[in-house]
Design a protein around this ligand. Structure first.
Ligand code: SF4
Ligand code: SF4
Length: 401
């Protein structure tokens, strides 16, 4: 097995020829074959969800999920991947929970649906009765060794809980009185899930942030790892989706999102949204998607020393400074340092809000029934048609690959 130090350094590595999942599963496979570790029993519940996290995991070309299920984990229940159906399937799940009480890992995908006693999300049929997802979750969670909420819906409610939330969806942590390890993402990256699983199997619970996300993967601001950060610093912003400059003006939520997408990338190690000239929409954050909407609209204000302006005025100001003969280097340096300082330290909500209190949770559940249309935050304003931003005279190759 890898030492923990080696494992941590692999997780933090910025360039890899093969995916982290591939390395970790090969290692687990060897350890299981050599009887160094026992295959962990996994029960996978899907509640209010689009199955996106299962599909994301299934997208790992190498290793395939078949290898994962056959060689590394003892998967007892997953409604998509098993042959059994109906009572036969739920019997297997109940038997596994009894036999492996205190040992199994419960993976939950999807939000917990509370509307009408949870009956909007029946996931089983037992003894002639439909059984709700929330009741199965509450039955299985107490005896699980670990509970992992995979994807943003399971972690925080996610799109399933977006306003007006008629299904009264909430995250798994909101209904359980025990530790839940959150691996959010819409969907969750296979490495985030498998890396967390690897850590649990070999070294126990990884270090978590205030939202119970493993810091290994969600510990650093995305904006600080972005290949286009230099453009941000210099005030070189995209004017359209598809431009290869900083996507801040296109509504990039990188400055308030904690994930390692720029380094990890998706579909193996291929690319990520900003690399495809579209902004990050902050899918791993609590409150997503409501807190990120409307998508493609930039954060509103920019506080420059002595006055507050929006980005349009700031861009104009930069032009005036340059034309005013302060000198290109002096002007750019002054302006970008101020841009950087003000955008990153004063203007943007860099840290997500603290964990929800009980009163907030009550509020969520009450508000969940509201049928009001989502209010457009006042501070978001449409981009003006004549937005002027600085661009290099000659189009250069982008900083990213
Ligand atoms: S705003 Fe977005 S595109 Fe620009 S540097 Fe930050 S993360 Fe990258
Ligand atoms: S780049 Fe942003 S929106 Fe895309 S997966 Fe990462 S955190 Fe989510």
């Amino acid at each position: 097995m890898l030492t923990r130090r080696k494992f941590l350094s692999l997780c933090a590595k910025t360039t890899m020829a093969v995916s982290l999942s591939e390395l970790l599963l090969a290692d687990l496979d060897k350890a299981v074959a050599a009887k160094e570790i026992k295959k962990p029993t996994v029960i996978w519940l899907e509640l209010g969800s689009c199955t996106g996290n299962t599909i994301s995991l299934d997208n790992t070309a190498s290793p395939s999920v078949k290898e994962l299920f056959n060689k590394v984990i003892d998967l007892r229940f997953h409604w998509i991947f098993m042959n059994a159906e109906g009572t036969w399937a739920t019997d297997i799940m109940r038997r596994a929970a009894k036999e492996k009480a205190g040992e199994y890992i419960l993976v939950v995908e999807g939000s917990v649906v509370l509307a009408d006693g949870g009956t909007w999300d029946n996931i089983a049929y037992e003894n002639g009765q439909l059984v709700t997802g929330v009741s199965v979750l509450k039955d299985l969670a107490p005896q699980a060794k670990h509970v992992i909420a995979i994807g943003s819906c399971a972690a925080f409610g996610g799109p399933a809980a977006a306003r007006p939330n008629p299904s009264k969806s909430v995250g798994v942590q909101d209904v359980l009185d025990r530790q839940v390890i959150n691996t959010p993402g819409c969907p969750c990256h296979p490495d985030w899930f498998l890396g967390t699983l690897y850590h649990l199997i070999n070294y126990g619970v990884p270090e978590l942030d205030t939202y119970n996300r493993p810091k290994l993967f969600y510990g650093r601001l995305l904006h600080d790892q972005c290949q286009r950060r230099a453009y941000f610093e210099k005030g070189i912003f995209a004017q359209h989706l598809g431009d290869s400059w900083c996507m801040f003006t296109m509504g990039c939520r990188g400055p308030r999102t904690f994930a390692d997408c720029p380094n990890r990338e998706w579909n193996g190690t291929d690319n990520w949204p900003v690399g495809c000239n579209t902004p990050c929409i902050g899918c791993v954050e609590p409150g997503f998607p409501d807190v990120s909407m409307p998508f493609f609209q930039r954060y509103p204000d920019l506080k420059l020393p002595g006055f507050s302006a929006n980005l349009d005025k700031a861009a104009l100001g930069l032009g005036v400074i340059t034309l005013g003969g302060l000198g290109v280097h002096l002007g750019v340096n002054l302006a970008t340092q101020r841009l950087r300082k003000n955008l990153t330290e004063t203007s943007l909500p860099l840290s997500p809000p603290g964990p929800r209190t009980k009163a907030q949770l009550e509020g969520i559940r009450t508000e969940a029934g509201s049928e009001d249309a989502p209010a457009q935050p006042e501070e978001f304003r449409p981009l003006p048609a004549n937005l002027q931003v600085r661009r290099p005279k000659k189009a250069r190759r982008t900083l990213h690959k």
